[in-house]
Design a protein around this ligand. Sequence first.
Ligand code: PLP
Length: 411
Amino acid sequence: VKAESAARPVRKSAKLADVCYDIRGPVLTRARQMEDEGHKIIKLNIGNLAAFGFDSPEEIQMDMIRNLPNSAGYSDSKGIFAARKAVMHYTQQKHIKGVDIEDIYIGNGVSELIVMAMNALLNAGDEVLVPAPDYPLWTAAVSLSGGKPVHYLCDESKGWLPDIADMRAKINRNTRAIVVINPNNPTGALYPDELLQEIVQLAREHDLILYADEVYDKVLYDGVTHTSLASLSEDVLTIVFNGLSKNYRSCGYRAGWMVVCGDKRHAQDYIEGLNMLASMRLCANVPGQYAIQTALGGYQSIDDLVAEGGRMRRQRDLAWELISAIPGVSCVKPKATLYMFPRLDPEVYPIEDDQAFIAELLEEERVLLVQGTGFNWPHPDHFRLVFLPHEDDLRDAIGRIARFLEHYRKR
Ligand code: PLP
């Protein structure tokens, strides 16, 4: 046995040096500690629907239970036939042309497939355009895969729409792909077709791959509709991501999919890479795969939640009104998703370190948010708020945020 001092320190790999995922970062660890000490924390930090009483549809649960005896073995690496067939029909409903069963991969949530898609593509020096703010797994997955994330700005003054000029300016010979998160986490923006067309055109001009994260495509308010990026071209290689987590309140079932769309003739080598990575992890969680066909084919109960008077819509309206009424706070009203990304006027709130700011809020008011820089936003002047708690809890939580900010102004 070696002396303690002689033991070689076990360090994380150098691959992780630039990888950051703050949604489950140090402030959450502190919140857990406070809960263990007996404090009640109001959590506005994670889009985990079932934890707030947004139950997954009962028919999905029943089908999973019924299929459990058939789920003990590995499935095909790309997924069970019934799930992939249902996803194929879904792509048809979304007006995406030319999708075949073999173009569809079922994964342990979209998360696994994002990492897989980046791992299969990137070499050192390759750049991927990722939005700022983003859902930070995208930036992390690019870094982990040895690529370089380059952030294009979404413009708050234009309802958080991507700034196409900025996107264009950041394309160079190393750029391989553009990531588009629509509907957007963390801003709640939904992109108009004309803007999506411009992105497709950019990809076409510069021979880039499009990665379209559309996991919130049914969480839409005020009668807006969602267009899948892959439906706008048949020539540009576009990989679409979607799953059950959000639309079907089933985050824990870990059921997501990825569809390779557009012209695949020149991408056979990449597709081989995807197939290899899918095989290496054997298959996705099989009970979760059995939920997919039922979910996509059944009654779309999400529609009731987002319709006027529905619980999600009411909570969106209430949270937005209360947040916008706080002096020095402004917020683009979300058209979709479970999130809003309010701005703290730096003249009123001169914050230097937004993680410390969020940690202070937690200590003082027992409300948990995620700081804007956790979404790769370049300035410490935003935070993300999840409006999943019931209206009473939202009132309580935003009241506490308002009180904290009032003290902050008077400092
Ligand atoms: N993409 C976006 C934009 C998300 O917000 C999330 C989860 O919050 C995911 C992907 C991951 O989803 P999944 O549960 O399917 O892994």
